[in-house]
Design a binder for this molecule. Structure first.
Ligand SMILES: [Zn+2]
Length: 329
């Protein structure tokens, strides 16, 4: 009886989460010591989703990316030395994470997760990876907590498999997507958009297709006006086969690694602009969560959960109507 009632409710209100999440418990088990990068946030988001009623079938568990997929983006020399533990002290400094074989596994698993999320987005229209977004990784080196550029690896894999021809990367992490911009410079099939804070890391910001720079202290008004200046116009002009959305939570005011003053409501609005614009045009979106370093980890988690809320809102609005069902038994 209860199941029949739940079924009816689902029929009226749509599924609670009409898309899948990609998540692995191994994401937060990597030991990086006491570090500003809060790997625990992945687990906290997962736990909140369970508390909100997400079921086992809502989650997909990724495996590590294949080396052949990683090597479409990263140089063989970097990958070989990374796996063999042969990075120099200077390279590890640039990474700003303690090197370990577990860190290598972590990077491969997130890349596999973003591949899976992108593939699933092509099926469902939307998929959220509770991980990924390591946009500071370049083809031949890692930096700023980013070992492998998971979004670039996924984009190139989907192109290689003939699933997409073009893609747009909408990078709303507080930090400029320097690795992504460099990897796709002059590659016309990938449109890279980055909205970021100018006066912070990375000091050197290679040009994305479109860069929007904001300054320390700026918040919702400037941020949202700049975003609305570009979306959904850029979607209509470029018409990508899919969108990768880096929904970083570090533009939130008070972030330890940023100086913007955007609010939780403002970032929810940001998510709606990015997601709704794409879904209105029928463009599939894979979301990755990227950075977020609030003093209280729950603030970063809240911003990421709001992205999921925005995805629910957008998916309900634009999902195709459910197929007719036979009368319940
Ligand atoms: Zn960031």
């Amino acid at each position: 009886m209860l199941f029949a009632l739940m079924g009816l409710l689902e029929l009226f209100f749509g599924k609670k989460f009409p898309f899948k999440f990609v998540y692995s418990d191994e994401y937060w088990m990597v030991n990086i010591g006491k570090h500003v990068f809060p790997v625990r946030k992945y687990r906290l988001i997962y736990e909140r989703l369970i508390a909100l009623g997400a079921k086992r079938e809502n989650f997909l568990e990724p495996g590590p990316a294949l080396d052949e997929d990683v090597l479409r983006v990263h140089s063989p020399r970097y990958i070989r030395r990374l796996k063999a533990g042969e990075l120099s002290a200077g390279e590890i400094n640039l990474l700003e994470l303690p090197y370990s074989p577990d860190l290598v596994k972590f990077a491969w698993l997130h890349a596999g997760g973003t591949i899976l999320a992108a593939e699933q987005a092509l099926v469902d229209g939307l998929c959220l990876h509770i991980g990924g977004g390591f946009h500071h990784a370049f083809a031949d080196h890692g930096e700023g907590f980013c070992v492998l550029n998971d979004v670039a690896v996924a984009l190139e894999k989907l192109r290689h498999d003939g699933r997409i021809k073009t893609a747009m990367i909408v990078d709303c992490d507080l930090h400029q997507g320097n690795g992504t911009a460099a990897i796709f410079a002059k590659k016309e099939y990938a449109f890279t958009f980055s909205i970021h804070q100018m006066d912070c890391y990375p000091a050197n910001k290679p040009s994305s297709t479109v860069d929007v720079g904001l300054w320390s202290g700026e918040g919702d008004d400037k941020y949202l006006a700049a975003l609305r200046d570009h979306f959904p116009r850029l979607y209509r002009q470029f018409r990508p086969d899919m969108v990768f959305y880096l929904a970083g939570s570090d533009p939130l005011g008070g972030d330890q690694l940023g100086g913007l003053t955007t609010t939780k409501d403002g970032l929810f609005e940001r998510d709606m602009i990015v997601l709704e614009g794409a879904r209105c045009l029928g463009i599939p979106v894979a979301v990755v969560f990227a950075g977020g370093y609030a003093r209280d980890i729950q603030d970063s988690v809240a911003v990421h959960l709001n992205t999921i809320k925005a995805a629910q809102k957008v998916a309900r609005k634009w999902a195709p109507p459910p197929p007719p069902t036979s009368s319940p038994a």
